[in-house]
Design a protein around this ligand. Structure first.
Ligand code: GTP
Ligand code: MG
Length: 199
């Protein structure tokens, strides 16, 4: 898919106020600082469509972008950011879970994980929660540029093993990406194209 237009539509903290249109929607979620906003910019060829930051906790709202006037891409706040207060953390969690529970337009959630790290309970538990709630998701490994090919392969294999040792009988679809060198860009966009064509 070639992205010919990417427009910011709105930000909010309430799933009920998200765009009413029935366009298919793809949401990017994961720990703070994992690279959600950077990946969105890479996929859409825009430097600053989604706001990025070296400091975790940059994205605090549900952000809708309209792509090629035909589908929505959603940048979500990161979970697991230790330095936000307990109250705002709870509020965060609530509107994120509300979003996944209630957003009928959601076709697929992309759960981003930093490929440098071992599986973290916060991520695997979130995937379990998605599974239990029947919410389709795929995994996106980020920051692949930070590892040499051998280490990259080793980490992805370790992740698969960990998931298959846990509750998963099958590895969810997954993608290896880098926002820095655009690794995985075509794979992710083609995946979205194929799903959109089946809808
Ligand atoms: P929050 O909105 O705070 O939850 O973070 P986020 O997941 O949106 O992360 P963001 O895209 O803001 O990126 C966090 C940091 O990681 C920034 O300093 C990025 O430059 C860096 N980063 C993101 N993706 C990559 C990547 O693929 N490679 C490298 N080397 N750095 C990356
Ligand atoms: Mg962000």
């Amino acid at each position: 898919m070639k992205i010919t237009s990417a427009d910011f539509i709105m930000s909010n903290q309430d799933v009920k106020k998200c765009p009413a249109s029935q366009l298919p929607e793809y949401a990017f979620i994961g720990r703070s600082n994992v690279g959600k906003s950077s990946l969105i910019n890479m996929l859409t060829n825009r430097k600053n469509l989604a706001k990025t930051s070296g400091r975790p906790g940059k994205t605090q709202l549900i952000n809708h972008f309209l792509i090629n006037k035909s589908w929505h891409l959603v940048d979500l706040p990161g979970y697991g950011y230790a330095r936000v207060s307990k109250t705002s953390k709870a509020k965060f969690q609530k509107f994120i879970t509300d979003y996944f529970h209630q957003r009928r337009q959601l076709v697929c959630g992309f759960v981003l994980v930093d490929v440098r790290h071992e599986p973290q309970p916060i991520d695997t538990e979130f995937m379990e929660w998605l599974g239990e709630n029947g919410i389709p998701f795929s995994i996106i490994f980020t920051k692949a540029d930070k590892l040499k090919p051998k280490a990259l392969e080793r980490n992805v294999e370790a992740y698969k093993t960990a998931l298959l040792d846990g509750i998963w009988e099958e590895m969810p679809p997954y993608f290896i990406t880098s926002a820095t060198d655009a690794t995985g860009k075509d794979d992710v966009l083609n995946y979205i194209t194929v799903i959109n064509e089946t809808l």
